[in-house]
Every structure is written in structure tokens, then in C-alpha cells.
Design a protein around this ligand. Structure first.
Ligand code: ZN
Length: 238
């Protein structure tokens, strides 16, 4: 066991591919792992159901991880829909805005997520927060950047007056790398779990089946997931 064996971690867990892979990463690494999700009126609300399916399958299929998997938390963040008007929370087309950011961007969403997670972690004696933010598949979200999260880690540690680590295992890998990481952590069983039970589609399509999983196949999130899966499989075949 490594130096992190006694550590408790809280994973920001949405039920998507990235956060499911992060959860597996944390379960491999930390002795006790809890999960946190947010209900903010997202159009892809089906991911909230996926969370429970993924957690159950992890418990069923990965006994060593099941022993480490602790409580699941879900916070109501419907206030986010009141302060933002975006393609994730209202029924409008996904497109680039004048600012260059896609209109799926909920301003500062990850700052809120991590701040709430830190408050919960403080209460539960947890010193590590894990999130699936990534700079490599750059989608223009400034609150996913490493610089932002480094600054936030410092602000939260100061504000809570105790050290708090923000871990982002996907920060520097692309989507193909995320599939590969799942394979390294849990073999084909975890790849199958991620493919079949996680949700990525921005439009909330969770019934159209593809070789890379379920989704509309056309939105930016589906396109990225499909491209990464095919690159991962192509590399694996070589
Ligand atoms: Zn889609």
C-alpha cells in the first residue's frame, strides 16, 4: 500500500465517464472513498440515475473496491439554474458564444462544486477531493484549468484552516487516455461498466446504443467520447 492508504477521499461523481474513471482511480488509491453528486436541473438528468447504477455495479463486480466505497451524497444545487442560462440547464441548442466558450458553460460551476465538496469533506474528516477536470480535451471551460484548481486548492485550505488536496487524475490525458486508464484500473470489466452504464450526452439521450456507449452521437460530448473510444481501441489492437 502506498502512502495514501490511510487517506479518505471525496470524489465529485456525476455518473459520467470521467468521474466514474476518477472514482475507480480513487478506490484503487485511498482506504475510504465517498461520492458527491449535484442536482442542478441539468438537461442530462439521466446521469443522476446512472450514478446509482454505476455505484451498484462497482459494489457487485469489484469486491476489493466495494469495501472502500463509503457514503454517497447528493446536493440540491437548483440555484445554479437561477443564476445561469445555458444549454445544459435550458432547452436550447449547443453552440459557441461570442466569448468563444460553448454555451454549455455554467459560469464557475466547478468552483461551486469544489467549495461545497470542501465543506462536506471538512465535516466528514476527508482531506482529498477528486474531480475529473481535464485541460487536454479543451472545451473552453476556464474553471477546469489546472491553474484555476491550484488556486482554489490554496483558497480552500486557507479558508478551512487545514490542508485540502484537489486531485485531478485526468488533467493531462485525452479521452482515449481516459478509456486506457479505466482498463489499467479495472480491466475490460471496468471498460464495459464505463461504456454501458455511464452517461456523457449533453442532450440526455440514454437509449441510442453505439459501440462506445449510449448517447445521441452528435453533440460535442458524444463526439468526444466516440472519438476517444475508437482511438483507444485502435491503439489497443496494435
Ligand atoms: Zn449526445
Amino acid at each position: 500500500m502506498d502512502e495514501a492508504a490511510g487517506t479518505r477521499a471525496l470524489v465529485l461523481f456525476s455518473g459520467g465517464q470521467d468521474s466514474t474513471t476518477c472514482l475507480a482511480w480513487a478506490l484503487q488509491r485511498y482506504a475510504h472513498v465517498e461520492t458527491l453528486g449535484f442536482d442542478y436541473g441539468q438537461r442530462h438528468r439521466v446521469e443522476l440515475d446512472c450514478r446509482l447504477t454505476v455505484l451498484q455495479r462497482l459494489r457487485d463486480d469489484f469486491p476489493a473496491w466495494a469495501r472502500r466505497l463509503g457514503e454517497d451524497h447528493l446536493l440540491d444545487l437548483s440555484v445554479l439554474g437561477q443564476v445561469s442560462d445555458t444549454a445544459l440547464t435550458s432547452d436550447k441548442a449547443i453552440e459557441l458564444q461570442a466569448s468563444g466558450l460553448p454555451n454549455t458553460f455554467v459560469p464557475g460551476r466547478n468552483l461551486l462544486f469544489f467549495t461545497l465538496a470542501a465543506a462536506l469533506a471538512y465535516r466528514r474528516g476527508i482531506g482529498v477531493l477528486v474531480g475529473g477536470m481535464c485541460e487536454t480535451d479543451y472545451s473552453g471551460y476556464p474553471d477546469c484549468r489546472n491553474d484555476t484548481l491550484q488556486a482554489l486548492q490554496r483558497a480552500l485550505s486557507l479558508g478551512l484552516d487545514q490542508p485540502l488536496a484537489l486531485e485531478t487524475p485526468l488533467m493531462w490525458i485525452d479521452k482515449a487516455g481516459t478509456w486506457r486508464l479505466a482498463q489499467q484500473l479495472g480491466g475490460e470489466a471496468l471498460v464495459a461498466l464505463v461504456r454501458d452504464d455511464t452517461h456523457t450526452c449533453y442532450l440526455g439521450d440514454h437509449h441510442t446504443r453505439h459501440d462506445w456507449g449510449l448517447g445521441c452521437g452528435d453533440c460535442p460530448a458524444c463526439a468526444l467520447r466516440a472519438k476517444g473510444y475508437h482511438a483507444f481501441r485502435a491503439a489497443g489492437a496494435g
